[in-house]
Design a protein around this ligand. Structure first.
Ligand code: ZN
Length: 255
């Protein structure tokens, strides 16, 4: 059983297409939210994500762009892009975003797995530190593996022997598609972020995603990926849409 894990696509069509082209065969897609916001292809990305099916958790940008929350908690650039997105979205996509379920989500046939945007406690929480991760481990007794997004940082936390440790994937370099696999140790618990497809912030511009694989009695694995994409085209779309220049610049910097 293989799950393709996508998060924080943020209306970046070029990055999404590159990830889907690089993704290995999978049984289901799990999307951890923030389908829209920031970048310039909201309708194209909504269409593609809806066609993929699977599980979609709503993100804070999905909520704001669908008009479910005001923009007072957004910084200026995020608010400008949310307003632009609201005016551009086709009504059917706005309706779809508005109806997305708030996390945490569980699937009956995927026992032990949980899917959230920010954290199990709060869809808007940035899960950045071991102490806050520890609180989430304490809360979610029935999930061994919690997949989250929102921070745009690939990696996560492992809870073992009463301690929480932060980890990031270790890649062995390379310029094209790179991947890094970890085995999930039975008895340990994990909070795992596949990284951001459309606006990575870990000083690496390549689009991020992950694959969860469970096969019989073998311990499950998670493989992290980074995928080059046509970043100039994504930047050109941002600028052509008169979105803030900062949103184009940051794509090439990966932060
Ligand atoms: Zn996001």
């Amino acid at each position: 059983m293989r799950l393709l894990l996508l998060s924080d696509i943020h209306s970046n069509l070029e990055a999404l297409e590159a990830c889907l082209a690089a993704a290995p065969a999978h049984d289901r897609v799990v999307n951890l939210g923030d389908v829209v916001g920031y970048n310039a292809s909201p309708n194209e990305v909504c269409e593609r994500v809806r066609a993929l099916g699977g599980v979609v958790v709503r993100g804070n940008h999905d909520r704001a762009c669908a008009g479910l929350s005001d923009l007072s908690e957004f910084n200026l650039v995020a608010a400008m892009s949310a307003r632009w997105t609201q005016t551009m979205l086709q009504p059917e996509h706005t309706d779809w975003l508005r109806d997305l379920p708030q996390g945490p989500l569980w699937e009956e046939d995927l026992p032990g797995l949980e899917f959230v945007h920010g954290s199990p406690r709060d869809e808007d929480e940035y899960l950045l530190t071991a102490p806050s991760a520890l609180l989430d481990f304490g809360l979610c007794g029935h999930s061994n593996v919690i997949f989250f997004g929102h921070t745009h940082l690939q990696g996560g936390f492992v809870y073992k022997a009463g301690r929480t440790q932060y980890f990031t994937p270790s890649y062995s370099g390379g310029k094209g598609v790179i991947e890094s696999q970890m085995t999930l140790v039975p008895g340990e618990r994990y909070l795992i972020n596949p990284g951001s497809v459309g606006q990575p912030r870990d000083n690496e511009w390549r689009a991020a995603f992950a694959l969860y694989e469970r096969d019989g009695d073998a311990p499950p694995t998670v493989t992290f990926y980074r995928v080059p994409y046509d970043v100039q085209q994504a930047q050109a779309r941002v600028l052509a849409a008169n979105l803030p220049e900062r949103l184009a610049i940051r794509l090439a910097l990966g932060r």
